[in-house]
Design a protein around this ligand. Structure first.
Ligand SMILES: [Zn+2]
Length: 314
């Protein structure tokens, strides 16, 4: 057979390689972080878009400029990740929050798939700790079939948080106001009925190496979890921050979903100051995935310093 001239072969190769469609789907959303003997795996649940009009405490122009400075001032709202965290201590596998399931629409609810991609099954989880009872943190406790998503897990919620969402008098509220309370009762009720829902006093240890820390304001009993192994510490701090571009430089800015915005702002300011002083690592439910990093003092307020992708998980 007569061979083709070289330039013909090259042009065929170029044509062949340019005809394949570029992949558009994202890689699995999990990220490992070493903490002493523990392995922390960040699990991505998806993204919400939150308009800047949902925040208050600074002028609209100032907030827009801060978001634009991070290139996240988008017409549909600021992209806001939803993250959960798995702490593998060697003897326990503890899930910190459970994602949205289908409570926040079809673009989220990815925690179960990313948990499996990270090498775990839902049955491997023996403890779930919830930072607070908003749907993006607990809806993922229920499967699409209406059953417990983590059938072997004991679920732990702070006393104050459980009392607010699960025990308050619905009859004293408007029908619209009742909705998030009813949803919390439906999902947490699955674990209550199974005898695996537990309440703790804030400040208590949950399992060895995991202690609860009060961070009230966003909800009355919001709780962070201080995770420690071999002298290394990570604070899973729930919804201390929703918009990193705005609330690190201006910690006084609050979000509409705060139950008590003055307390939320005071808690955030005090926590940022202590984190900047101590230099411990943090994990935030709505910080850009994986949401792990450090907080430091900046000329104006504070600055978010995210972790790098590196081979630290041994
Ligand atoms: Zn949240």
């Amino acid at each position: 057979m007569k061979s083709l001239p070289l330039f013909c072969v090259l042009s065929l190769l170029v044509f062949a390689s340019s005809s394949a469609a570029a992949p558009k789907t994202q890689v699995p959303g999990y990220f490992r972080y070493s903490l002493g003997d523990f392995t922390v795996t960040a699990l991505y649940d998806g993204n919400m878009d939150i308009p800047l009009s949902g925040y208050k405490g600074a002028s609209a122009e100032k907030m827009k400029a801060l978001a634009a400075g991070q290139f996240i001032d988008r017409p549909r709202g600021v992209p806001t990740a939803v993250n959960a965290y798995l702490i593998d201590t060697g003897s326990h596998r503890i899930l910190v929050d459970a994602g949205t399931a289908k409570c926040f629409g079809p673009g989220l609810g990815l925690v179960p798939g990313n948990l499996r991609a990270a090498g775990y099954a839902p049955e491997d989880i023996d403890v779930v700790v919830i930072t607070h009872l908003h749907g993006d943190h607990y809806c993922g406790l229920r499967n699409a079939d209406g059953r417990r998503a983590y059938p072997k897990a004991a679920v732990w919620v702070a006393e104050e948080e459980a009392a607010y969402w699960l025990d308050s008098d619905l009859a004293a509220m408007t029908e619209k106001a009742q909705s998030p309370f009813k949803m919390a009762r439906e999902v947490m009720g699955l674990y209550q009925a199974a005898g695996t829902l537990h309440r703790y006093k804030v400040g208590d240890g949950i399992v060895e190496g995991v202690r609860s820390v009060a961070i009230p304001g966003h909800t009355p009993g919001q709780t962070a979890y201080r995770i420690e192994s071999k002298g290394q510490t990570l604070l899973a701090m729930g919804d201390i921050v929703h918009c990193y571009a705005v609330q690190f430089p201006l910690p006084e800015v609050t979000i509409a979903s705060d139950v008590d915005s003055a307390t939320a702002a005071a808690t955030r300011k005090a926590l940022f100051a202590s984190l900047a002083k101590d230099g411990i690592a943090v994990a935030g439910s709505h910080l850009p995935f994986p949401g792990i990093g450090h907080v430091r003092k900046d000329a104006e307020g504070f600055l978010w310093v995210p972790v790098e992708y590196e081979l630290t998980a041994k």
